[in-house]
Design a protein around this ligand. Structure first.
Ligand code: FAD
Length: 319
């Protein structure tokens, strides 16, 4: 489980809903491992999701994220319980921790799962090739390990909330588990417009932005819509924006409610990362650009005229 100052993060809440659905069908209760502090907010959210027990490892060496140490803490719970499925959200951390968990348990792992058809034996459908294809994977080891793709489901509260019991335990950690750990955390720069993969609105920007100085209106639009900025690989390769903002096969896969792709041609490698958006609006000078032909809506024109006009209208409506 990943948490932040506000409690359970959105992607982990999705994974909990996914787990509850699976547990309902297989007849197993949902338990959580929370390495960070189990605050009242976290406990309440777990209760809403129907989590009966939250396992909280207590060790002074667990003060910062360390994939091997977190996985050791998860494996302790798996081995002391009757759990047959271990899952986490398919974030970089979720996938990294689960890869360690699977290696320690000597079982297979399915990453980026969107659906589980049969809980026993477990057959999972997962996204591959940057999300442009799906494959079925049969997990019939004694423990199935899988990560849930972002937005595979919406987080939904359980019909009957429960009172989550918090159980602390001393995880079996070795010093080797702490060799690779987070040493420093820096605050995001103001222009980092939020968590790209969990944003409900993403404003995309491509080569059409023109230069490193051409993103001001696009960032403003993402802020007005409480969204995030996502960019094409050309933009990151040219050094106009940082790599963590890249959408696509070699960037982040996103599935927002709305993706506003401005000055992006829609190459297949970019499309692989944004095709799961529920609604796509393209802004492009070229009416034949693949992004325009695939989008639900398109505005043909210069983004440097269209985006400021949208911003002005939004500002007016917000008063
Ligand atoms: P372009 O293809 O140059 O398109 C620019 C678009 O902007 C055009 O459609 C043009 O009509 C429009 N335009 C220009 N000026 C304006 C304006 N003023 N107003 C409005 N529209 C304008 N790409 C990714 O994005 N993500 C990836 O993860 C990724 N992974 C890759 C992996 C591999 C192995 C390879 C080979 C390539 C990968 N690429 C990836 C690169 C991809 O193939 C494209 O080159 C890239 O997506 C193109 O970026 P772009 O759309 O910004 O630029």
């Amino acid at each position: 489980m990943e948490t932040d100052a506000d409690g359970v993060v959105q992607t982990s809440a999705e994974a909990l809903t996914f787990a509850r659905d699976l547990g309902t069908r297989s007849g197993e209760p949902v338990q959580a491992v929370v390495v960070d502090e189990v605050t009242d907010a976290v406990r309440a959210q777990l209760g809403e999701q129907g989590v009966a027990v939250a396992h909280h490892p207590v060790d002074e060496r667990l003060t910062s994220y360390a994939a091997a140490a977190w996985s050791a803490a998860v494996v302790d719970v798996v081995e002391s319980s009757a759990a047959t499925v271990v899952l986490a959200s398919g974030t970089p951390r979720g996938n990294e921790v689960l890869a360690h968990v699977a290696a320690r348990l000597d079982v297979a792992m399915a990453a980026n799962v969107v659906q589980v058809d049969t809980p026993k034996p477990l057959v999972a459908t997962r996204q591959v090739v940057g999300g442009s294809a799906q494959e079925e994977m049969r997990l019939d080891d004694r423990v199935a390990v899988l990560s849930v793709a972002g937005h595979a489901c919406d987080p939904v509260a359980a019909a009957t909330p429960v009172e989550t019991e918090v159980q602390t335990y001393a995880p079996k950690l070795s010093d080797r588990d702490l060799v690779a750990k987070v040493a420093r955390v820096e605050a995001k720069a103001k222009s980092d417009t939020g968590a790209l993969t969990s944003a409900r609105v993403v404003v995309g920007a491509g080569r059409g932005a023109g230069s490193a100085d051409g993103f001001g209106d696009l960032i403003e639009l993402s802020e007005l819509l409480h969204g995030a900025l996502g960019v094409s690989r050309v933009v990151t390769s040219l050094g106009w924006r940082p790599h963590h903002e890249q959408v696509g096969q070699t960037g982040s896969r996103i599935a927002p409610d709305v993706y506003i792709a401005c000055g992006i041609s829609g190459a297949i490698q970019h499309w692989a990362g944004c095709q799961s958006a529920k609604t796509i609006l393209a802004v492009n000078t070229d009416a034949e650009a693949p992004m325009v032909t695939k989008a639900h809506y398109a505005v043909i024109g210069d983004l440097h005229e269209i985006v400021p006009a949208i911003n002005e209208e939004l500002r007016k409506r917000k008063g």
